[in-house]
Design a protein around this ligand. Structure first.
Ligand code: ADP
Ligand code: UDP
Length: 238
């Protein structure tokens, strides 16, 4: 690890840059301040988002590790950088919802904040061209995005992540409304990857229900930077 070197850039996405390293199994991730919403239609910058998301993500991946949920996180090496295990990403976004919000509220006409009697798991096809459409297990099968076994495993891990995060966040006075996970294959196993941050989760203050996540950017609510910092302070800072 000490002699790990950052090599060429493999990929630059909307929120992160991914670099090769001199270790075949490891990638070097750099979190950016760029923010996009509505599949890239809305663009902007959230000052220090990259720093907060790197710190929050590292913290939550460590929490999952401690709770026996294996994931790609290896080590945070600076404010904006972390080392992760290289995965073969499965192009399916797994969404878990505890309360109605966002696209589900619209699609099913359920008022935001309505709670469900059990968590709802959804899958989206990770495709910028198609704007990440909602898909089901049959679509995943015909598109050959993942096997039935892999879907079962992703769903099971996602629900475990939900239980661990929900409980932990409750103690920090935060309601976990919903979140998105990405998985990949690592040495023949389905492993959790990507990030867990206010970009990919909906976090609401438990008392005031104030939004502490990317919805402040999506919906022009103001106080975007302050919200990311608030989550950081509640989770990592104290
Ligand atoms: P996007 O591609 O949606 O714009 P990002 O800017 O966050 O998103 O880019 C990060 C990219 O790296 C994503 O495509 C994600 O699937 C991928 N990724 C995340 N974790 C890993 C990993 N451990 N190994 C390989 N790829 C990863
Ligand atoms: N989400 C994400 N990336 C996506 C789509 C959704 O991280 O490409 C997260 C989003 O932040 C929220 C959850 O997944 O926490 C559910 O998102 P929803 O489908 O409501 O998306 P919206 O259309 O409202 O962004």
């Amino acid at each position: 690890m000490e002699n790990l070197k950052k090599l060429e850039k493999l990929y630059e996405g909307k929120a992160k840059k991914i670099y090769k390293t001199n270790d075949e199994d490891l990638l070097w991730v750099e979190y950016k301040d760029d923010a996009t919403a509505f599949n890239g239609l809305k663009k902007g910058t959230i000052v220090n988002k990259g720093v907060f998301n790197n710190l929050i993500s590292a913290h939550l991946f460590e929490l999952l590790n401690k709770n026996s949920i294996e994931n790609h996180f290896v080590k945070r090496i600076s404010d904006r950088e972390q080392i992760v295990k290289k995965l073969d990403i499965i192009p399916v976004e797994v969404i878990v919802r505890n309360l109605a919000a966002g696209s589900l509220s619209k699609r099913l006409n359920i008022e935001e904040g309505t709670s469900f009697k059990h968590p709802v798991v959804e899958y989206c096809y990770k495709s910028d061209e198609l704007s990440d459409p909602l898909i089901n297990e049959d679509h995943i099968s015909i598109l050959e995005l993942a096997t039935g076994e892999q879907v079962k495993e992703m769903r099971s891990i996602a629900l475990k992540v939900n239980e661990v995060l929900k409980k932990y966040l409750e103690k920090k006075n935060i309601i976990l409304v919903d979140f998105k996970l990405e998985f990949g294959m690592h040495k023949g196993k389905v492993m959790l990857g990507d990030e867990i941050s206010p970009d990919t989760c909906r976090f609401w203050d438990a008392e005031t229900k104030k939004k502490l996540d990317k919805d402040r950017f999506r919906r022009d609510l103001g106080g975007v930077e302050a919200a990311y910092e608030e989550v950081y302070k509640r989770l990592v800072g104290s």
